[in-house]
Design a protein around this ligand. Sequence first.
Ligand SMILES: *Cc1c(COP(=O)(O)O)cnc(C)c1O
Length: 417
Amino acid sequence: MTSASAFPEQGIPWRTLEQELTAYQVGELPYERGIFERYWPAYPTEVYLAARSAQEMFAHTNLFSMNALPSLKRIERELREIVGGVLGVPETGAVSLTVGGTESNFLAVKAARRRGRMLGIERPNLVIPMTGHPSFDKAGDELGVEIRRVEVDAQYRAVPELMRAHSDENTILIAGSAPSYPQGVVDPVEELAAIAAERNTWMHVDACVGGFLLNSLREVDPSTPRFSFDVPGVWSVSADLHKFGFCLNGISSFSVRDRELQDFHTFTLPEHGWHYRGYQRVGFAGSRPGGTLAAAWATFRTMGRDGYVRSAASIHRSARRLAEGAAEIDGLRVDVPPEAGIVVVFAEPGLDLESVSAQMLARGWDVSTALTPPSLHILLSPYMEHVIDPFLHELREAVAEVRSTGARATTAFTYGD
Ligand SMILES: *Cc1c(COP(=O)(O)O)cnc(C)c1O
């Protein structure tokens, strides 16, 4: 791959580049409309400004050597305290900050595999529902752990009995999601943890989406399910700060109930293990931008607990309004009451949702779709209540249009496109 033009022979002043970048962005949907965000909610405005400023102040720093920088070390410690507080990590526990949920889930699989090896398990497997995130498959592939995916119930939740049936004495880890990304529902964590306890195996909760939403949501809606360390038998929790923590991208967390469990995901190269000095890390990444941490610190502190609860309340109202409104549209169904910031809308037979999505895009609304099973997949952002009614209006028209033409479309995007 050669690129003659992107890397100029002579440097170009920033003033020119800024204009070029602005031109690159022309025609892209403004992110502030939030409802279009497929994988992360949009940032509340004041938070975004604070986070950007903090990121800039620490743009030159590298978390790899934070010990050399007391300010960054302090930020890291305070951020771990904040995360530990939100997730209810016990006094005996530990929080590790990672670059993303993929790394967090990787650490869960790595730790469980190492523990499994200590117990003499040579051919490890892990058991997750069909709704679990692909980062488990990726970790399994890297670490030589067989992935057993188990069918879910009609409400898309893990079925404890089936999960038990798929586990055996070589099961090193059982995981559930809080919520799952595809249908946005929380797995029955308590029952799954009880099965893990029977098997003396590691119980992990992937709360990458809901880790910083569900506890705030519970203050608004007491029926919000429990998922974290307050559920007996949960050993570890992944929670992305860069999802409903509203932090700038590049930060997640992996927390364990007991500090000894952290040893299982810690890598150590002893003194004289190479030609320099000893080396030890709790996570996978080496260099990491310190600016991302400073931005996350600023985000939690500009939001405050109260800010998270107000965001959750807004998301809760939007979710209800969207689910009720979509269910009233001829041809659409909402089978699963939204639980955690994600609304999924199914179609009556014969209505092609890929075409509905294409119609919506033509109207300026980028709506994601899931293939298995077919649905519109909408991740909500706080303070987007004002766009729900216009959105529903367009959705009604888009569905009517597709129904009248019987259009069928195929879109070939993969998760992440
Ligand atoms: C987003 C997500 C992850 C991790 O994704 P990253 O992009 O690596 O942060 C893990 N699990 C679920 C359920 C997710 O939605």
